[in-house]
Design a protein around this ligand. Structure first.
Ligand code: ATP
Length: 364
């Protein structure tokens, strides 16, 4: 458990945040200038706030009321930056050992071999960073952070410099870090799909304040707290791989409801987290007939959230979970959608992007 309470005034900007991050991966989510880096700098010890307290469980990094301030090198933090910051003249093995060198004697830490396995970097150990891809370098950077026996991991936009295919390569390793290593992770991002894949908890920031905080499913469903508003709103469903069909489709079981997606690599029985973007969902009052879309989910309207423009977000409770549909207010009126009425959500199979399907943990 990570407790953060910070107050700091710069000329023209005041940071005033208080939040608790439960175990897992907590994303600081907000527009440029919302205060994410200022929080990270305060946790790292690069900025001493006017007032504040930062503690990871019983490990207190800062408590201005008690005049306690650990210097940065004693905070036991593992860093993962946008650029991997590996030493170019050292091999991967030496870079990893450098991380281990920072671990205090006797501190519990992941064994070297387990970190290598977790990140799939055994075949890279004798190479130098110049001979690695961007994704491989980031895996090594994660390993180096882990081997320093951290009490907390700070990841500051670690995927921002990677293209889509490298992101897809590295996301599963962050999922493993989240699910298999018992160290809280504070992760900065402004990408909704990255947040949907990785977050256990989201802290949404605006102008130096917390404007929303909660589980990934709750926060991503609330356009009011998303940096890009309704455009990135979406639902997160937890589903299990039921079957791979010969025509290339994968059938998921989402709370007893079948959901067809393009082929996913995971074997039957695997739990997945699937983000369904609100703009990909169509609503119909009656069950549509003769439609090409394979996923037609009956449900009941939970609520309707008007936006600023012509759009509105309709939340529909289905057997698979709560889905969100971004439709026009005109359509919502034409369909007479109000809380409690029955409707059907239509989702095209191919509308779910591969990056939006990840390893599952509970999302709410
Ligand atoms: N040392 C400083 N002196 C004065 N103002 C600062 C200082 N550091 C940050 N600020 C201001 O604090 C605000 C928040 O900055 P911060 O870097 O924390 O935002 P951010 O959410 O991390 O943005 P980005 O996503 O662009 O990195 C900005 O208005 C910035 O100009």
């Amino acid at each position: 458990m990570l407790d953060i309470d910070l107050h700091h005034a710069f000329p023209g900007f005041t940071l005033d945040v208080r939040f608790t991050a439960p175990p897992g991966l907590t994303v600081l989510f907000g527009r440029s200038g919302s205060g994410k880096t200022t929080i990270i700098n305060a946790v790292a010890g690069l900025l001493t706030p006017d007032r504040g307290r930062i503690a990871a469980g019983d490990w207190v990094l800062l408590d201005t009321a008690r005049r306690l301030r650990l210097p940065p090198h004693r905070r036991r933090i593992g860093y993962i930056f946008q650029d991997s910051r590996l030493f170019p003249h050292l091999t991967v093995r030496q870079n990893l050992k450098y991380g281990a060198w920072f671990a205090p004697r006797g501190a519990p830490r992941e064994p070297f071999g387990r970190v290598i396995d977790l990140l799939g970097i055994a075949q890279l150990l004798d190479r130098r960073p110049g001979a690695l891809s961007g994704g491989e370098r980031q895996r090594v950077a994660i390993g180096r952070a882990l081997l320093s026996a951290p009490r907390l991991i700070l990841a500051d936009e670690p995927l921002a410099a990677l293209d889509e295919s490298r992101k897809a390569e590295i996301l599963p390793y962050f999922e493993r870090l989240r699910d298999e290593v018992n160290v809280p992770i504070l992760y900065v991002s402004h990408s909704a799909s990255e947040v949907a894949r990785l977050a256990t908890t989201i802290v949404a920031l605006e102008n130096g304040r917390v404007i929303g905080q909660g589980t990934v499913a709750d926060v991503l469903a609330d356009p009011a707290v998303l940096p890009t508003g309704a455009r990135e709103a979406g639902a997160i469903l937890t589903a299990t791989v039921a079957a791979h069909h010969p025509d290339g489709l994968t059938e998921l079981d989402a709370g007893g409801t079948p959901l067809f997606l393009p082929h996913v690599a995971q074997p039957p029985g695997t739990t997945l987290r699937v983000r369904i973007a609100a703009h990909e969902v169509i609503l119909s009052r009656d069950r549509p007939q003769g439609l090409s879309a394979l996923n037609i989910l009956p449900g009941v309207v939970h609520d309707i959230r008007p936006g600023d423009g012509p759009g509105t977000i309709v939340a529909l409770d289905t057997g698979a979970g709560r889905l969100l549909a971004r439709i026009t207010r005109r359509s919502a009126e034409a369909l007479a959608l109000t809380p409690g009425v029955q409707a059907h959500a239509v989702i095209k199979t191919v509308s779910v992007a591969p990056l939006d399907i990840g390893a599952g943990t509970r999302v709410n």
